[in-house]
Design a protein around this ligand. Structure first.
Ligand code: SOE
Length: 380
């Protein structure tokens, strides 16, 4: 007999949809110890909340997250609202004894993120952060290769996340959809929004980063603010690049921008080790490029592995070999893992504590962009 977990979701935007889709699909494809009940969705705008609840099958809705967090018919609070709400809601939810799931990044800055970790630790509640790309089957396979020692000594790590959606000077900052351009809401620009994914994957696949040197740029210095109605300075980084040294001795380059014309969400990563290399990109997320130096010399070369076989991570839950899956499935995998972890009392990573390490790297990158020096990454 499965237990029930009752979900209260905050946020009705893009992320609210990806998370809810995952809650709705997970039970169809994965056998976990829990049934999910979509209890209530919360948005300040009642019409949005009601429309979302009806469309996605929530039983009801709220317009004040404080009420949602206090409800005793809700077990899990999922935070899919803009970054400036993450810390306050997560801390209140933890104090109310709820399981907490939070969209990335944790807080707007290191102080908020640390307070969030302290709150879930003090309350002893299960928690997770939606770094969904860890659950792309190709990347989960890379993690297995790392754990099996496939690479030998790692020399290089390389990662990018390129977009072009903010290039128009007419795009406002602030408000629904464009709050990512308002530093008071987002915390930072591409460093916290996009490089956060690259850093999370890097820490997972290649261990801790010890020091960084970075630089950022804001190409369009003023934008109309959707809420104040005035032209205001833009304080988010439009582009961010940094060099890093990992604790394992490898060197890395990271780059992210919203000004790479033609690139929509090109997340790439490459690892070069003494006995092999891999390369992957989000636009072909079901393919892994792999080079194994141990292959017989006459046959040695890059392989392109189509990650759709039942032997590949998560894939036996889906279709037949050869048929691929996509972006939305990564969220479904994350819910499946989290529910299994809740069932057997194990931590599903990245939990808040794990995700705090990404925040320490973000903080060091932004500090280095200001100081123009190498910065040591803080201990969590
Ligand atoms: C920004 O455009 C964004 O939606 C990020 O906020 C997400 O985390 C990323 O996965 C896709 O791009």
């Amino acid at each position: 007999m499965k237990k029930t977990i009752r979900v209260g979701l905050i946020g009705t935007g893009f992320m609210g949809r990806t998370h809810t889709n995952a809650y709705r699909q997970v039970g169809q494809f994965f056998d976990t110890p829990f049934e999910i009940e979509l209890k209530a969705v919360c948005s300040r705008n009642a019409a949005n909340a009601e429309r979302f609840a009806q469309h996605w099958g929530f039983e009801g809705f709220e317009t004040d997250w404080n009420r949602l967090v206090k409800r005793n018919d809700i077990d899990l609070i999922d935070i899919a609202s803009p970054n400036d709400t993450h810390a306050e809601i997560a801390i209140a939810a933890a104090r109310a004894g709820k399981v907490v799931a939070c969209e990335k990044p944790l807080g707007r800055n290191l102080a908020e993120s640390r307070a969030m970790v302290d709150a879930v630790s003090a309350a002893g509640v299960a928690n997770m952060v939606w770094y969904n790309y860890r659950r792309v089957p190709a990347l989960t396979l890379v993690k297995k290769l790392v754990d099996q020692g496939f690479f030998g000594r790692v020399f290089h790590y390389r990662s990018k996340f390129l977009q072009d959606w903010t290039m128009s000077a007419d795009l406002p900052q602030g408000g629904a959809g464009t709050w990512r351009l308002d530093a008071s809401v987002a915390g930072s620009g591409v460093t916290g929004d996009l490089l956060a994914h690259c850093i999370d994957a890097a820490l997972w696949l290649n261990g801790s980063i010890s020091e960084v040197t970075g630089t950022t740029e804001t190409f369009i210095k003023e934008r109309h603010h959707a809420e104040s109605g005035r032209r205001e300075p833009v304080n988010v980084d439009d582009a961010s690049a940094f060099l890093a040294r990992f604790a394992n001795g490898s060197l890395a380059t990271f780059e992210s921008t919203r000004y790479a014309r033609g690139h929509k969400a090109l997340f790439t990563l490459e690892i070069n080790g003494e006995s092999g290399s891999i390369a992957w990109d989000l636009h072909d997320l079901h393919r892994l490029q792999l080079f194994d130096y141990r292959d017989d010399g006459s046959m040695r070369g890059w392989r392109s592995i189509h990650i759709t076989d039942g032997d590949h991570p998560y894939m036996d839950a889906w279709w037949v070999p050869g048929l691929q899956i996509g972006y939305e499935h990564t969220f479904i995998h994350q819910v499946a893992d989290f529910l299994n972890g809740l069932g057997d009392g194990t931590v599903t990573v990245p939990d808040f504590k794990t995700a705090l390490e990404t925040e320490t790297v973000i903080d060091a990158v932004l500090s280095s962009a200001k100081s123009r020096q190498w910065e040591t990454v803080a201990q969590r």
